[in-house]
Design a protein around this ligand. Sequence first.
Ligand code: ASP
Ligand code: MG
Length: 421
Amino acid sequence: MARIVKKFGGTSVATMERIAHVAGRVKASVDAGDEVVVVVSAMAGTTNQLVAWTREAGALHDAREYDAVVAAGEQITAGLMAIALQNLGVEARSWLGWQLGLHTDDVHGSARILAIDTDKLDARLAQGQVAVVAGFQGLGADARITTLGRGGSDTSAVALAAALGAVRCDIFTDVDGVYTADPRMVPHARKLSQITLEEMLELASGGAKVLQTRAVAMAMRYGVKLQVLTSFEDVPGTMLIEEKGLIEEKGVIEEKGDMEQNVINGIAYSDDEAKITLVAIDDAPGVAATLFGALADAHINVDMIVQTAASAPGKTDITFSLPRSDLARGLEVIGAIGDGITYQEILTAADVCKISVVGVAMRSQPGVAKLMFETLAEKGINIEVISTSEIKISVLIGTAYKELAVRSLHTAFGLDAECGD
Ligand code: ASP
Ligand code: MG
């Protein structure tokens, strides 16, 4: 008997028909002897509608009430899914965050999970009952409903899998696996049969929407076996594995020819970027600490940073990227530093995007940066900021070049599927 967590995203539960279909799949797993925990998202579009209503009700609304509203979508699908399972003769009940005891901090709108009480679930699972858990929500330290941030039901599912010691966590989504690039943008994108958790983490934080970044980080921390697949078809998805596993299975992968040969396994893009440049800022100890310290204190997540030598002696230019939604606030924070830093001029751009190429093989194979920069240069694309990690290179470029950049890099790194593949 295997204990499995199955998470179904908004498109998988978008209509009553889809819910009935998913219930059928869950039943098959139960009939095969599995102990199943189902985690559901809200029906597709519901959360957006609920968010829009909270904004309409008040631009500067109370975040605790925002959570009371937006958590409602998952409550509906959890109840409907339990009914659909009961209709098929499967014993099931719905669980809300507060009923389970899924405890979070009280950072409303993006709460972090602190602990999950598993006693009640363990007992019900042992009796053969399917637990249908409302994703995305928890019980705050302030005893109020919290939500985990957009896309947060992935994190609910992984956290439950870790807490319950599940053998696997299946994430059913609207694509049938993890692709080398967004298949809607790159028609030649290929589905990967496997990818390392580390690569997935970099792709998710680079903007790939397939999994919430926090869910991947949590799977790494707790060793949760993750699989991404679709509920629409019965086809294999993508297994997320540790690099160790990848090396052990090297023979198999080489045979399949889908991973070992690629230096790059995925390309991600993020639209949600903006750039700030401080021209001719003092080149002295403590300047960067003051600037980025103030931004950090305001909870602004700075991503890429470059510092260049400027023409004037004792001066430098600092450019950095930040979420576009934080641009106005970032400028306010910098303005408020006052005499703490001096600079000649501040420049901003909101029409930039970030492109990241990711692959664990980068650790051992040189030349990735060269190929990336040459490819962009050939297309006349200017690179504004660069940042790297051991397994990722990211560039900030003009938004107008986004598709051209992603497609050209996909081809240059040999990721395009053969015609008719
Ligand atoms: N329904 C929530 C959202 O749309 C949570 C999720 O689906 O993961 O963000
Ligand atoms: Mg999602």
